[in-house]
Design a protein around this ligand. Structure first.
Ligand SMILES: [Ca+2]
Length: 306
């Protein structure tokens, strides 16, 4: 190298980049709630996998199959990455939220948030799906994951009172309270021996006894955060990815019921602040997928590709 300071300059740029936007060894999959794009992101590069999944909430991959839910449309789809075939597995939920892909029992565990139900949707070998069970889940279940003792844990938004939200556990056919003290918890993942959930602008970790600890609060994030939503465990075993939908009200026609503005609408103006953060169990926050890309103005679902 001709100039020694050129190396120092490059090193400096590298450190700056590293501090602001952590480069990703994992491939992230995101469902964009407004556009309905399914996108992948790796090493700073975003690609559209498929489109037409408006209101996308959960997104999970198993082999060639992607599974996607839509909260406002109440649908669950499969999408075959090899054949590009899209199939509606179930179309008559009210609000299909952030389901859990149960690879062991080959089923999707789907919270219908506004119905306060949890549905078990068996994935058949022929590519169809069959409802096998429905449980009452008071009230407003949002997201499911497998946690302590192999049991399924569900975030509960509950009402509007501060602290009335929390996590329930599915024990047999009962959905029992596990912990409270959260406001409106959404995504949940099990990582490093903790359940981790996103609650408005707070990230919590919860131990096996149900003790909840804040790992990151609003001041730990950039000022734009407003609506942390889906959570996915990193393969590093020590952190999660969390989407920030930022200010999602721009997406909805206020005169409709869960009605997204048309894609070409002039009323829907994205603030271009939706993005994905990585948060470690000890609360270090880094930007994983930066905001500002028109292909993903309103990220909701996130998962790590297998
Ligand atoms: Ca609540």
């Amino acid at each position: 190298m001709k100039h020694p300071y050129a190396f120092t300059l490059l090193l400096g740029i590298g450190l700056l980049f590293g501090a602001g936007c952590q480069s990703n060894k994992e491939t992230l999959l995101m469902g964009d709630f407004f556009t309905g794009n399914l996108v992948s992101y790796k090493n700073g590069k975003m690609d559209i996998i498929a489109s037409g999944f408006r209101g996308a909430d959960a997104i999970e991959q198993d082999g060639d199959m992607l599974y996607v839910s839509s909260w406002p449309l109440g649908k669950v789809w499969s999408y075959n990455l090899a054949t590009k075939e899209k199939r509606e597995l179930k179309g008559d939920f009210t609000t299909a939220a952030d389901f859990y892909l149960d690879r062991t029992d080959k089923q999707l565990v789907v919270p219908d948030m506004l119905e306060s139900k949890i549905h078990f949707l068996k994935l058949n070998d022929d590519g169809t799906a069959t409802m096998s069970k429905t449980l009452d889940a008071p009230s407003k279940p949002e997201s499911v994951c497998r946690g302590f003792d192999g049991k399924l844990y569900v975030t509960m938004i509950n009402g509007d009172d501060p602290g009335d939200g929390g996590i329930n556990v599915i024990d047999g056919d009962e959905v029992k309270g596990f912990c409270r003290g959260m406001n409106s918890p959404k995504g949940i993942a099990f990582v490093g021996g903790y359940l981790v959930t996103a609650d408005e602008t707070t990230m919590w970790k919860v131990d096996a006894e149900g003790n909840a600890t804040k790992i990151a609060e609003v001041a730990d994030f950039p000022p734009s955060i407003e609506f942390l939503n889906d959570v996915a465990a990193s393969k590093d075993g020590n952190s999660v990815y969390v989407t920030d939908m930022s200010k999602p009200s721009w997406m909805f026609n206020p005169e409709g019921e869960r009605q997204l503005w048309p894609l070409d609408s002039n009323q829907a103006v994205a603030p271009k602040t939706g993005c994905v953060y990585k948060v470690t169990l000890d609360g270090q926050v880094t930007l994983a997928v930066p905001p500002g890309d028109d292909r993903m103005p309103g990220p909701n679902g996130v998962s790590v590709a297998p």
